[in-house]
Design a protein around this ligand. Structure first.
Ligand SMILES: C[S@@+](CC[C@H](N)C(=O)[O-])C[C@H]1O[C@@H](n2cnc3c(N)ncnc32)[C@H](O)[C@@H]1O
Length: 279
C-alpha cells in the first residue's frame, strides 16, 4: 500500500509535517502490518497503528525498533496496536506459511525472488536450501516445480519448528527434508543440482560449502549478497569466481532483489559451477 494510503487514513489525526514524514508503505505478513517509522513519528506510533487496525484484515501493527539481530536474523519489532498474538498465516505462491514475524525473519521484499526460483527448477532436481528459514524458498520450489528432493537446512530452532509445521501444512513431507543445525556441519554433500544461499552479510563464506554440496558434476547456485550500489555488478560476481578457482564458472545472471539500505542493494547471482577438478 502506498504512502498516499497511510496519509489518507491519518489525515486529521497527524499534523501536516507529520503526514509528510509517513513512510511510503508498510509490510504485511498475514494479519500483521509492519511499519518503519522515522524518529520524528516515534511518539505517534500508537495512533498510527490504531488507524491501520481492521483495514484489509490487519489485526496487529508492529514497528521496527532496529535491524535484524544475530546469526538467526531475529527481527526487532514492537507491537503498537491490536492483537498481541502475532503467530500468523501468510499465503503466497500457492503456499501457506505459519510464522511469528516477531520471532523469525520473512522479507516481503523477496516475494518476486521466491516465485522466480521454482520456475528454474527442472523435474527430478535435488535442491539444497542452506538457510531455509520457515521454508521461504523450499516450499514454493516443492509446490510449484517437480524436484525429487529439497533439503532445507535451518539453524534456529524456532524457525526450524515453523519449517517442519509448514512442510506438513502444505502436504510436502514426501519432498522437503528439514535438517536442523549449522549448514556447515549438517548439509548433505555431493547431492545437489542446485544450491540456494539465501542469507546476507556472510554469504560469501559459504560459497566453498556450496561447492561441496553440489554434485561432483556441478550445478547451479543462487548467491545472495548485500552490496553498495556502486559495486553491485562487480563484487558479488568476483566473489563467486574467486570461490571456485579450479572450476568453470558461468554467470547466468545478476539480479537486484531489493533496495536494502540507503546506497546498498540486495542482489542475487545465478551461476553454473562446473565439475570438480577430480571428477
Ligand atoms: C535471513 S533468513 C533468510 C531465510 C530465507 N532463505 C530467505 O531468503 O527468505 C536466514 C536464515 O538462515 C538461518 N541461518 C543462519 N546461519 C545459518 C547456518 N550457518 N546454517 C543454517 N541456517 C542458518 C537463520 O536462522 C535464518 O533463519
Amino acid at each position: 500500500m502506498s504512502g498516499g494510503y497511510l496519509r489518507r487514513i491519518l489525515e486529521g489525526k497527524l499534523d501536516g509535517e507529520e503526514l509528510e514524514r509517513l513512510p511510503r508503505g508498510f509490510q504485511r505478513i498475514g494479519h500483521v502490518a509492519i511499519l518503519s517509522l522515522p524518529p520524528e513519528l516515534w511518539e505517534r506510533r500508537r495512533e498510527i497503528g490504531e488507524a491501520l487496525l481492521g483495514k484489509n484484515g490487519i489485526r496487529t501493527v508492529a514497528v521496527k525498533v532496529g535491524g535484524m539481530e544475530g546469526r538467526e536474523r531475529r527481527p526487532r519489532l514492537e507491537v503498537v496496536a491490536g492483537d498481541r498474538e502475532t503467530v500468523t498465516l501468510h499465503r503466497e505462491h500457492g503456499c501457506s506459511f505459519k510464522l511469528d514475524p516477531l520471532k523469525v525473519m520473512f522479507s516481503p521484499g523477496n516475494l518476486y525472488e521466491r516465485g522466480r526460483i521454482p520456475k528454474l527448477v527442472q523435474p527430478g532436481e535435488v535442491v539444497v536450501d542452506l538457510f531455509a528459514g520457515v521454508g521461504q524458498f523450499s516450499l514454493p520450489i516443492a509446490k510449484l516445480a517437480r524436484p525429487s528432493r529439497v533439503y532445507a537446512v535451518e539453524l534456529n530452532p524456532v524457525a526450524y519448528g515453523y519449517l517442519c509445521e509448514n512442510i506438513r501444512l502444505n502436504g510436502l513431507g514426501g519432498v522437503v527434508v528439514p535438517i536442523l543445525g549449522d549448514c556447515e556441519r549438517v548439509a548433505p554433500r555431493g547431492v545437489a543440482d542446485r544450491v540456494i544461499l539465501g542469507i546476507l552479510h556472510v554469504t560469501h563464506r559459504y560459497l566453498p560449502l556450496a561447492g561441496q554440496v553440489l554434485k561432483p558434476s556441478g550445478g547451479t547456485i543462487h548467491y545472495h549478497e548485500s552490496v553498495p550500489v556502486s559495486l553491485h555488478r562487480v563484487r558479488p560476481v568476483r566473489r563467486v569466481r574467486e570461490a571456485f578457482p579450479d572450476r568453470e564458472v558461468e554467470i547466468l545472471g545478476v539480479r537486484k532483489v531489493k533496495g536494502y539500505a540507503p546506497g546498498v542493494v540486495h542482489v542475487v547471482v545465478d551461476a553454473r559451477i562446473g565439475p570438480r577438478s577430480n571428477f
